[in-house]
Design a protein. Structure first.
Length: 94
């Protein structure tokens, strides 16, 4: 599964549930039914709050959902958090 999916680093913002689900459907044949359902639920739950996941978000969810152990998932999430932190400029207090 991880061979088929590559984490998308940058993707344009999306502005609707339909756009987010269209991105998910691009990967439907490459993922299990369970992973698809899991990702679909996350996308819909975020859309309730008008937060529309883009391809970078969705590929991260799919990869995380495909990992077999909690340890693998935790390490993947930690790596993603560190990557995000590196992109945030450091602000020093005066």
């Amino acid at each position: 599964m991880l061979d088929m999916l590559k984490l998308v680093k940058k993707a344009p913002e999306l502005h609707s549930l339909e756009e987010s689900l269209a991105v998910l459907n691009k990967y439907r044949k490459d993922i299990s039914k369970e992973t698809y359902g899991f990702a679909c639920d996350i996308i819909k739950n975020n859309a309730i709050e008008h937060l529309y996941l883009n391809e970078a978000d969705i590929t991260a969810i799919l990869i995380c959902g495909s990992l077999k152990s909690d340890t693998e998932r935790e390490n993947f999430i930690k790596d993603q958090i560190e990557t995000i932190k590196q992109g945030i400029p450091t602000v020093k207090a005066f």
